[in-house]
Design a binder for this molecule. Structure first.
Ligand SMILES: NC(=O)c1ccc[n+]([C@@H]2O[C@H](COP(=O)([O-])OP(=O)(O)OC[C@H]3O[C@@H](n4cnc5c(N)ncnc54)[C@H](OP(=O)(O)O)[C@@H]3O)[C@@H](O)[C@H]2O)c1
Length: 323
């Protein structure tokens, strides 16, 4: 089973269905990546912040060593954390992340969040997280997104990243990026599920030739793993009568409907699962079509509820990134 691909504005082909690596425990991460490659995944969505890039690299190295895939068959995505936005910090941390993955280029490297925090040396703490002291102190950096983007462009020039993109930007910062970019963002990765559809943002990106990748396609489910109260109080999308009815009409699972709802509208998806038996099911979610009635019913489910924002994680009254 293979995923269809989307041609990015950088000219590279990106698998439309990939595998998310957030919350994949270190102890099982290498096996999970290896099993996902066996199941047919070729895109892996990682990040410094997930704290498991070394183990991801071990899984990839094992699959390559056993001849399951070659490096060029894979599409490896990683992200720049906020504490590395200062221009002189971008290339060194990218090189460290590449070394963790045991590769010499990323297929796609994203600015994880549009916010610059003061540098924390990896020897102090890695991954550094949101807080300067590791507990509660927020220290902003004075580096602008434009300056950081310039350093991202240099990664492409140096052959360390083939494509570069952005994540968690809202329309205002996308408009700005379109003005100052020498290399346009290839993708915009955002939280996107029936409870948070962001149609204007998706339309803007697609109109500008920026491919949108949906993260947390299952809505609250991914945040239940973190015991997030906001997620626990939301009705699980997979139990939604609307989604279940559409799933049974097409002989698919609710998860497949949630993924297809995004891919049919031109977005890429990156579901995460720790369960090998579920990997194939999520990958095999592109071989049916929702009809216009299904799409209209799902459009009606939008509640504009965002789960992935710092104020949902920290009781501290700071980091109002989506304000
Ligand atoms: N750019 C960003 O800021 C950002 C933020 C969040 C996420 N992401 C990326 O997006 C990826 C996906 O998002 P996510 O991890 O939040 O959540 P998700 O993929 O929406 O959901 C994962 C949850 O759904 C369960 N699940 C997966 N497939 C299922 C199926 N077919 N049936 C029933 N349950 C299923 C998983 O449980 P099991 O593991 O037990 O199967 C897990 O609890 C992340 O891993 C990460 O790579 C990026």
């Amino acid at each position: 089973m293979a995923s269809p691909t989307i041609k990015l504005n950088s000219g590279y082909e990106m698998p439309q269905v990939g595998f998310g690596l957030w919350k994949v425990d270190n102890a099982v991460c290498a096996d999970t990546v290896y099993n996902a490659i066996k199941a047919g995944y070729r895109l892996f969505d990682g990040a410094c912040d997930y704290g498991n890039e070394k183990e991801c690299g071990e899984g990839v190295a094992r699959a390559i060593k056993e001849g399951l895939v070659k490096r060029e068959d894979l599409f490896i995505v990683s992200k720049l954390w906020q504490t590395f936005h200062d221009v002189d910090k971008v290339e060194p941390i990218t090189r460290r992340q590449l070394a963790d993955w045991q590769i010499d280029y990323f297929d796609l490297f994203l600015i994880h969040f549009p916010a610059a925090l003061e540098y924390v040396d990896p020897s102090v703490r890695y991954p550094p997280g949101w807080f300067y002291d590791g507990e509660s102190e927020v220290r902003w950096s004075k580096t602008t997104l434009q300056q950081t983007w310039g350093a991202m462009e240099k990664l492409v020039d140096a052959g360390l990243a083939r494509s570069i993109g952005i994540s968690n930007y809202q329309a205002q910062s996308v408009y700005e990026a379109l003005i100052y970019s020498r290399i346009r963002p290839a993708t915009l990765q955002i939280e996107h599920h029936p409870y948070l559809q962001q149609p204007d943002l998706v339309n803007l990106a697609q109109k500008e030739g920026i491919t949108v990748t949906a993260y947390s396609s299952f809505g609250p489910t991914g945040f239940m793993e973190l015991d997030m109260p906001r997620a626990k109080s939301a009705a699980p999308l997979m139990d939604s009568p609307v989604i279940k009815e559409i799933a049974s009409k097409h002989g698919k699972t609710p998860a497949q409907v949630l993924l297809r709802w995004a891919t049919q509208r031109g977005l890429a998806v990156i579901p995460k699962t720790n369960r090998p038996e579920i990997m194939a099911q999520n990958l095999d979610s592109v071989n049916f079509n929702l009809d216009s009635g299904d799409l209209a019913k799902i459009a009606d489910m939008d509640l504009n509820i965002r789960f992935n924002k710092p104020t949902n994680y920290f009781s501290a009254d700071k980091l109002y990134l989506f304000g």
